[in-house]
Design a protein around this ligand. Structure first.
Ligand SMILES: C[S@@+](CC[C@H](N)C(=O)[O-])C[C@H]1O[C@@H](n2cnc3c(N)ncnc32)[C@H](O)[C@@H]1O
Length: 370
């Protein structure tokens, strides 16, 4: 129940922060009042494992191997110690590590100072734009170039960038690029990206596959600025439409989008924050905008992501996970569905729901769900 409330509040928090400058939102770490700690006390076994990992981190920090890329042995050892901590924290069940639990707090107290030397881990934890997973952090995951002011920080950055969840994010971007190219080759000319971030995948395809119209939606004006700047160098800026606001406004029908004017509509990195009710409502709303024969793609992590407990513990980052049947359920009530399928990235962490709309143009767009 507490987990569900936490998840809902993430969704509502995104809604609340939509109207204000992200850097001024009250959800960033500096301003958030500490919630009460709930849950069973930390076991002595868990305390022992936390201390053991702290010792291991200190040894690594002092070792010449810290200046080298993480070795398979170190990665295996770190992974095994983390799994031991999740087991001793009762975090291996479907609800993961409880937010604000003594186990989460102790993890951060004992180990935060090591992991947070990685800029990417610290950014996810600190949420400087008021929400987790902002576009600058996503761009860092895509660039995959470790940073850090300390040797241990760079080691941790490099280690985390190779964790399956972040590899999956890069795989998803590649898949989207190939889908956009394929749709363009088959005649698609208008694309809409919902919760676009910096839309770097579009910037990558636009020169070789010049979409005539691009529509970007995001609550973060900084993300839209980054996206339009990058796209504006490669296409006529007059053909880039932006819509700054929360998708909750869309769901409530308080904004107008032209029905059926998009050949491709996609959203990645957003549904992981939407409860089933909002996710279903948003899918139905977006579907109205898809042209006959068009393709909709929706991304979501599934609960089998081995990085899940780590992002909960070290980054205080909680997602709503969906398995393939949950993804397919999002398209279940839509009219005029020609076909729906779920693509899973090679790490197995992430799904993309691909839904093709039936219609006159369907015959030119048969490569997915055909
Ligand atoms: C994880 S990033 C994903 C960005 C991009 N789609 C990508 O995959 O690189 C999440 C994006 O969703 C946006 N976002 C989060 N909640 C939103 C909401 N309720 N309405 C609109 N945008 C939202 C954020 O501003 C952020 O740019």
């Amino acid at each position: 129940m507490a987990q569900q409330l936490a998840r809902e509040s993430i969704a509502n928090g995104a809604e609340e922060s939509a109207a204000v400058e992200p850097s001024a939102t009250r959800r960033s770490r500096e301003f958030v009042e500490e919630d009460e700690v709930e849950g069973p006390p930390v076991s002595s076994d868990c305390e022992r494992r936390l201390a053991e990992l702290a010792t291991w981190c200190r040894d690594l920090e002092a070792s010449p191997r810290c200046a080298l890329p993480p070795s398979p042995e170190d990665c295996a050892r770190l992974g095994a110690m983390l799994r031991g901590i999740w087991a001793a924290s009762d975090a291996l069940g479907p609800s993961g590590l409880q937010r604000n639990s003594p186990a989460q707090r102790r993890f951060q107290e004992v180990l935060g100072r090591f992991f947070w030397q990685s800029p990417i881990i610290h950014r996810c934890f600190a949420k400087p734009r008021g929400y987790a997973g902002d576009f600058l952090m996503m761009d860092d995951v895509y660039r995959n170039l470790p940073k850090g002011e300390t040797v241990l920080g760079r080691w941790m950055d490099r280690w985390v960038l190779e964790q399956p969840g972040f590899v999956a994010v890069r795989n998803r971007r590649e898949k989207l690029i190939s889908l956009l190219r394929e749709e363009w080759r088959n005649g698609a000319r208008h694309a809409m990206n919902v919760a676009s971030g910096s839309a770097s995948e579009l910037a990558d395809v636009i020169e070789t596959n010049p979409f005539q119209g691009v529509t970007l939606l995001d609550q973060d004006q900084g993300a839209l600025f980054a996206a339009t700047t990058a796209l504006g160098r490669r296409m006529d800026p007059a053909h880039v439409r932006t819509w700054s606001g929360s998708v909750f406004t869309l769901i409530r029908g308080k904004t107008t989008l032209v029905p059926g004017d998009q050949d491709v509509i996609y959203s990645i990195g957003l549904y992981d924050y939407l409860s089933p009710r909002f996710a279903t409502a948003l899918t139905a709303r977006l579907w109205l905008n898809l042209a006959p024969g068009g393709l909709m793609a929706i991304g979501n992590f599934n609960g089998h992501d081995p990085m899940r407990r780590f992002i909960e513990a070290a980054m205080d980052w909680y997602l709503i996970y969906r398995d393939a049947p949950d993804m397919l359920a999002l398209s279940a009530g839509l009219p005029d569905v020609e076909g729906a399928e779920v693509w899973t990235d090679p790490t197995g962490c992430l799904h993309l729901l691909l839904v093709r709309k039936r219609g006159a143009a369907g015959s030119r767009l048969t490569s997915v769900c055909g």
